[in-house]
Design a protein around this ligand. Structure first.
Ligand code: PTJ
Length: 244
């Protein structure tokens, strides 16, 4: 189908079509389309824009990644399909290790996603995955030199169980999740309530503008509850005036 460029939801339809193509290629899981739809719904509620509090969360995320000893970015199928180039930009700015961790894990998908990331300029950690997370099932698999050794880990679109397991292991977890009510959002050390393709370049941009003093101030004990509450207040405010 050709999407007419004058359609009011042109960009959204293009992204859907791209993701559907990535399902056919085996990069995105079929369940990934459902997760994307949930994300779209929350993006509607937040106004499809980076709110003031999300921008502050993105600045805080940059400060936390900048002062990390061993920062890691964990990428799944949806993130790779939507934001491979943005991941490359953040890796370049932060020096973070990028590894592929999947909910619906098959070795074939890990390889396909790694190739997609590499084609967009990302250096992907390779090696043998081991059972690192305290979870049953293959969601426990990760890399000793990546997640295993990480102090700060950025998880765009993570599932709640993995997020909780990472916290149990003593990791500082930064989530990007449009749903402020999700278990991931509530379990993370810091949640950026923003769309992943908007959030990643914002975080990258802050790397070049953050002052040392600001980093010191922001990196200490981020108030995740504040960021989630602000996102919900913004959604409520928009709902209250939706038909004005
Ligand atoms: O590739 P895999 O096998 O690792 O699977 C990836 C998915 C995303 C399918 C898997 O991790 C999953 O099922 O995730 P959940 O539990 O559905 O959580 C995804 C969260 O991301 C939801 O809270 C969505 O609202 C949110 N989300 C979806 N799209 C976006 C998003 N947040 C930010 N930007 C988006 N584009």
């Amino acid at each position: 189908m050709t999407i007419p460029p004058d359609h009011p939801r042109y960009r959204s339809l293009l992204v859907r079509e791209r993701l559907a193509g990535y399902v056919r290629d085996g990069v995105v899981s079929p369940e990934g389309l459902i997760a994307h739809g949930r994300g779209e719904a929350f993006d509607y509620l937040i106004g499809e824009t980076t709110t003031k509090s999300a921008a502050l969360a993105e600045k805080t995320a940059a400060a936390m990644l900048r002062s990390a000893r061993h920062p890691v970015i964990s990428v799944n199928g949806n993130t790779a399909a939507l934001a491979a180039r943005e991941i490359a930009g953040l890796q370049q700015a932060s020096g973070a290790i990028v590894e592929v961790n999947l909910f619906h894990r098959t070795e074939e998908r890990v390889q396909k996603i790694s190739r997609l990331l590499e084609a967009n300029g990302v250096t992907v950690l390779s090696g043998k995955a081991e059972r690192i997370l305290p979870l049953s099932h293959d969601r426990a698999l990760s890399y000793p030199e990546g997640t295993g050794n990480a102090d700060v880990i950025l998880v765009p679109l993570e599932d709640g169980d993995r997020c909780e397991a990472l916290r149990t292991m003593g990791k500082t977890v930064i989530a990007i999740d449009l749903n402020p009510l999700s278990r991931t959002a509530r379990m993370a050390s810091l949640t950026v309530v923003d769309e992943v393709t908007r959030a990643l370049p914002m975080i990258t941009g802050f790397f070049s503008t953050l002052q040392e003093q600001e980093i010191e101030m922001l990196k200490e004990a981020p108030d995740n509850r504040y960021f989630l509450t602000e996102a919900m207040i913004e959604m409520n405010r928009r709902l209250a005036h939706a038909l004005d």
